[in-house]
Design a protein around this ligand. Sequence first.
Ligand SMILES: CC(C)(COP(=O)(O)OP(=O)(O)OC[C@H]1O[C@@H](n2cnc3c(N)ncnc32)[C@H](O)[C@@H]1OP(=O)(O)O)[C@@H](O)C(=O)NCCC(=O)NCCS
Length: 139
Amino acid sequence: MIEPVSAQKSLTLPENLDGRVPALRTFAMPADSNANGDIFGGWILSQMDLAGGATAYEFVGDRVVTVGIQAMTFYKPVYIGDEVSFYTEVTASGRTSVTIRIESWARRRQTREYVKVTEGLFTFVHIDENRMPAPIPEK
Ligand SMILES: CC(C)(COP(=O)(O)OP(=O)(O)OC[C@H]1O[C@@H](n2cnc3c(N)ncnc32)[C@H](O)[C@@H]1OP(=O)(O)O)[C@@H](O)C(=O)NCCC(=O)NCCS
């Protein structure tokens, strides 16, 4: 389970990640950095969108689009060379939409420490061939 916001902290051991499989894992590269040498927030956001979209696609079983981001927090910077993993959890679903909480965890290149770097709540909508909202199929 993803911890509530009040319980968030950085871990030296990823105890609360035991047994969890990230929806996406990638590396932050020099081309993703800004003039200060830190990774762009927009890069992390787009990776979260990919991870959430993949989870929404699995949940819906069909085409989805991002309709909204209700909450987005950047807790810590991401550095070049960090391994970044994106963990997802479906928190709600409606007639056509599914909402997914996404946590990003960086594993520092030098220290190998795991740090929670962002968290966000993304909503995706199932769309039909005309790009109109469509009911989520019954399981
Ligand atoms: C997604 C899209 C098809 C929805 O069309 P719409 O006419 O606004 O649809 P509706 O008002 O019927 O809402 C559809 C669902 O989305 C939810 N929704 C709409 N706007 C939302 C928002 N800002 N945040 C969260 N959920 C939202 C509604 O509550 C509804 O959920 P439900 O059916 O589970 O109750 C349309 O807005 C769209 O095409 N947006 C662009 C999507 C896109 O290109 N994304 C990539 C960004 S580059």
